[in-house]
Structures are given as structure tokens and as C-alpha cells.
Design a protein around this ligand. Structure first.
Ligand SMILES: CCCCCCCC(=O)SCCNC(=O)CCNC(=O)[C@H](O)C(C)(C)COP(=O)(O)OP(=O)(O)OC[C@H]1O[C@@H](n2cnc3c(N)ncnc32)[C@H](O)[C@@H]1OP(=O)(O)O
Length: 217
């Protein structure tokens, strides 16, 4: 890690030309699993159904307990490769007066989908996330989210989520389909800012959480 960080920190700043969007751009990965995708497998040591998953990083805007304006989203393991989660919309999350910001709602969906990795013991990051905003979500609403993996194809994890107002059977407010891409822990070590990486690495709880994801049978 140190060498890759040093390389990154020592790298000259190179100008990045503005991307020329043309027909040569690769087409986007579809959001539905291809025909040869396989069903997701629940890891034998996945948290028991109903168990709180906890935060993967205390500073995470989605689930971290140390972010005063974060979502403090709490996710629980489902019986399959699925999770449920709750997020209370606070005043800090407004877009329009008294209503949740769409980007914040997308974050809640993203975070819930991201927590599916706990059930497969896989580290994955969002590659594509498509959200549908079905109804406005007022401040103080408890948004009930559920997310599930719909298929796995190589490193690609296809998943979908729904957010409902007021309860698990409440009216649908938001939906998302996403493709997450499996990565190694080096993804974070190589790309994260040195300061936060060093702080995380010196926190035994953080290292334990990262390792829990790394072990695959
Ligand atoms: C620990 C859990 C944290 C959870 C927090 C909540 C979730 C988040 O918000 S994560 C943060 C947001 N996401 C990111 O920052 C990711 C930024 N992107 C990247 O780092 C890279 O583009 C990354 C890692 C996704 C893919 O790069 P790389 O490993 O080089 O992929 P690559 O080898 O080119 O492609 C692998 C496969 O994935 C597909 N793929 C790659 N990128 C994407 C993408 N953006 N969308 C869809 N599919 C993609 C490729 O088509 C390829 O598919 P196939 O095997 O069929 O050919």
C-alpha cells in the first residue's frame, strides 16, 4: 500500500483533457443481469437474518455514526441475499422546503445496495446506479428500504432497491437498479486520501470490518 500511495502522492499533476463524447464511447453496462448470470450465493458466515449490519466506516456519509449530517442508515440482513434498511429524513437532507433532496435519496438507495456485500462477503463499489423518484419524501419521513441482488456475472453484481414511506408496506417513493463491481481492498488503499487511509488502518475495528469482507471460501 505504502508504495502505491507514495507513487500516487509523488505523481506529477497531468492535465486531463475534456472528454470528447462521441459514438466511440463504450456502451453502458445494462442494469439487468445477462442470461448467463448466476444466482447470488449467501456466504455461510453472513450475518443472520434480522441482524444489524453496522457501519462499514464510521465516517461514511450513508451509514457512519461519526457524520453529524450523514444519513445514519441502518441496514439489517435479510433471509436471502437481501437487506432492509431505515433512514429518517432530517432537515439537513432537504432539497426543496420540507422535502428530501433527490441526491440524498439516491445516496440512501446506493448505501442500502452497497450493504448487500456483507451477505456475500464481497467488497463492491457502485458502477452504475439508476434511480426513479416516484413521490416526494417529506422531512421526518422514515424511509424503509429493501435491496436484493438479482444476479452475478463475473465481478458484476446486479441489484435493485425500493424505498417506501412510513413502513415496509408503505407507498413506494424511490426505486433503483444498479450494477456494483467487485474490487479488492487495494481499491480503497490505492485511491483514498492518505490521511483517512492511515486513520482507518490504525483503527483495529476498521481493519476487522475490512477483513470480514475479504475472506471468500
Ligand atoms: C465497502 C462498500 C462501500 C459502499 C458505499 C456505497 C457504494 C458507493 O457509493 S461506492 C463509491 C462510488 N463508486 C466508485 O467510486 C467507483 C468508481 N469506479 C471505479 O473505481 C472503477 O471504474 C471500477 C472499480 C468500478 C471498475 O474498474 P475496473 O476494476 O478497472 O473494471 P474493469 O476491469 O474495466 O471492468 C470489470 C467489469 O465491470 C464492468 N464495469 C466497469 N465499470 C463499470 C461501470 N461503471 N458500470 C457498469 N459496469 C462496469 C466492465 O464492463 C467489466 O465487465 P465484463 O467483465 O463483463 O467485461
Amino acid at each position: 500500500m505504502a508504495s502505491s500511495l507514495a507513487r500516487r502522492l509523488g505523481a506529477p499533476v497531468t492535465a486531463v483533457g475534456s472528454a470528447h463524447v462521441s459514438a466511440a464511447q463504450p456502451s453502458k453496462t445494462p442494469l439487468v443481469p445477462p442470461d448467463d448470470a448466476v444466482a447470488p450465493v449467501r456466504h455461510p458466515e453472513a450475518p443472520a437474518p434480522g441482524e444489524l449490519l453496522g457501519s462499514h466506516y464510521a465516517q461514511c456519509f450513508g451509514c457512519g455514526g461519526e457524520q453529524p449530517h450523514g444519513l445514519h442508515l441502518e441496514a439489517r440482513a435479510g433471509e436471502g441475499v437481501n437487506v432492509t434498511a431505515e433512514f429518517t429524513v432530517r432537515t439537513a437532507h432537504q432539497g426543496a422546503p420540507g422535502l428530501a433532496h433527490g441526491g440524498v435519496l439516491a445516496t440512501a438507495l446506493d448505501e442500502t445496495l452497497g450493504s448487500l456485500g456483507w451477505l456475500m462477503h464481497v467488497i463492491a463499489v457502485t458502477g452504475r446506479l439508476e434511480t426513479e423518484f416516484v413521490a416526494p419524501v417529506p422531512v421526518d419521513t422514515v424511509l424503509h428500504l429493501d435491496a436484493r441482488v438479482t444476479g452475478v456475472h463475473g465481478r458484476k453484481i446486479y441489484c435493485s432497491a425500493t424505498g417506501r414511506i412510513g413502513g415496509p408496506e408503505g407507498p413506494v417513493a424511490v426505486r433503483a437498479d444498479a450494477v456494483f463491481i467487485e474490487v479488492k481492498v487495494e481499491h480503497f488503499l490505492d485511491n483514498g486520501r492518505n490521511e483517512e487511509i492511515q486513520a482507518a488502518m490504525s483503527d483495529p475495528d476498521q481493519v476487522r470490518r475490512a477483513r470480514a469482507f475479504e475472506v471468500n471460501p
